[in-house]
Design a protein around this ligand. Sequence first.
Ligand SMILES: [Zn+2]
Length: 111
Amino acid sequence: MGEKCPVCGKGVLNPTRVREEMFGVDLGTYDAEACDRCGESFLTGESMDRVEARAKALGLWGLAAKVKVGRSGNSLVVRIPSPLARYLKIKNGQEVLVAPDKEKRLVLELA
Ligand SMILES: [Zn+2]
């Protein structure tokens, strides 16, 4: 008999395997526990460490960062942190396309 689900509080957690991805990159499958009621799944502590190690090995760890919006003339400026710029190979002066995607999301498309 497994632990109670911390999300719905009704189901029981059973061992399973889940596929993890980060920024659309497949990180593999890992040991986890899934609720038999709501279906929510939770990585084991060891799996979390392994996901982190795999993401670091692939250069994905820490690429998401909070940045502040600044001003340049009449436009607003968002800085792209250097690890992210290196990962996406964005160069100074490069032309990119910025466009809205849903209500609270901005897409930056590289040529
Ligand atoms: Zn549940």
